[in-house]
Design a protein around this ligand. Structure first.
Ligand SMILES: Nc1nc2c(ncn2[C@@H]2O[C@H](COP(=O)(O)OP(=O)(O)OP(=O)(O)O)[C@@H](O)[C@H]2O)c(=O)[nH]1
Length: 306
């Protein structure tokens, strides 16, 4: 059984931990066994008390998942999969993390086929947003990115805004991301039913893949090669992909090589690194508005069964 993964995103202090506590309670009420991965920028964890002792917890301290410790994240995920019994993983990112890069780390070809990616929940602090002129352009850009890529936007701290400001806030959020559901909340109190009901949208493609849901902007496809791939045909395939694919990575079993080749692609730059180990031949594609069936079909064409 694949394990569901949720990412909690949102700027520093917006209310992610407050949301985490409720999400964990709700998962348990639904007889789910959650595990939590927390990433904090400092070297000491502050929020870990939010997680009960009976929930598996791993912490990634002193760095941000997206920039400095993505390898550590991968080893933590491996370790969790090996040693813990859980069926939902909740990742609370630091407020400084770009959610797309976190998704990218989670969908490592090493185990992407063991996770079912459910979505990004972004908490936005209403007061911070109202006073966003105080932030640097870089922080503002990050906040917008966190909003733009979310499937659920929790517009939090409504108790600190007037009704008029709440209306403007909600309108602005929806303008930035028309695909997301926006909830106006106090203390991140959101009905978990919608969030958990993403489960109902399980798709039926036979290939292993992670999905963030049909109506959502950022999507991922995981394909597992079953045979060998001709190098030139693969390069042609890569060239023919649209610009809406941000990221590809995986172990490609190229013809003439004993072990799969690690292929990395980001922002149009492909990179091949011949491997020396027998990695699972998972291949992950992340982008917006992906035509999943077409991608899988075109990969099947170059996947030459032995
Ligand atoms: N007034 C008000 N305070 C809130 C609300 N939601 C959360 N807070 C408070 O805001 C502070 C930050 O909340 P957290 O849930 O820790 O925020 P966080 O996003 O996890 O913070 P970081 O881990 O620093 O990024 C806490 O003191 C909360 O009690 C709200 O709706 N209204």
């Amino acid at each position: 059984m694949k394990k569901d993964v949720y990412i909690l995103s949102g700027f520093l202090g917006s209310g992610k931990t407050t949301l985490l506590k409720q999400l964990l309670k709700s998962l348990k009420d639904h007889d789910k066994k959650p595990a939590v991965l927390m990433n904090e920028l400092g070297s000491v964890s502050i929020d870990s008390d939010a997680v009960d002792d009976d929930t598996a917890l791993r912490e990634l301290l002193d760095g941000c998942i997206c920039c400095t410790i993505s390898e550590k994240l991968e080893s933590q995920l491996q370790e969790l999969l090996l040693n813990e019994d859980f069926d939902v993983l909740v990742i609370e990112t630091t407020g400084a993390a770009h959610p797309v890069e976190v998704v990218d780390s989670i969908l490592s070809p090493l185990f992407a086929d063991q996770f079912e990616f459910r979505g990004i929940l972004t908490v936005v602090d209403g007061l911070q947003w109202r006073n966003r002129g105080d932030f640097s352009p870089a922080v503002l850009h990050l906040m917008r990115e966190q909003i733009r890529h979310a499937q659920f936007i929790i517009a939090n701290k409504m108790d600190l805004l007037t009704e008029m400001e709440q209306g403007t806030f909600s309108y602005e959020l929806q303008q930035m991301n028309q695909n997301a559901k926006v909830y106006l909340t106090n203390y991140s109190q959101v009905s978990m039913k919608d969030i958990l009901s993403l489960k109902a949208q399980q798709e039926t493609l036979t290939h292993d893949r992670a999905s963030i849901g049909e109506h959502l902007t950022l999507q991922a496809v995981v394909y597992t090669f079953s045979g060998k791939v001709n190098g030139e045909a693969f390069e042609e395939w890569v060239k023919s992909q649209p610009g809406s694919i941000y990221r590809m990575k995986g172990y490609v079993p190229l013809q003439g090589r004993n072990y799969p080749t690690l292929f990395q692609y980001s922002y149009g730059m492909p990179l091949f690194m011949p491997g020396d180990m027998k990695y699972p031949t998972n291949f992950v594609i992340i982008g917006e508005n992906l035509h999943k069936e077409e991608i899988v079909h075109s990969l099947q064409k170059i996947d030459l069964t032995d």
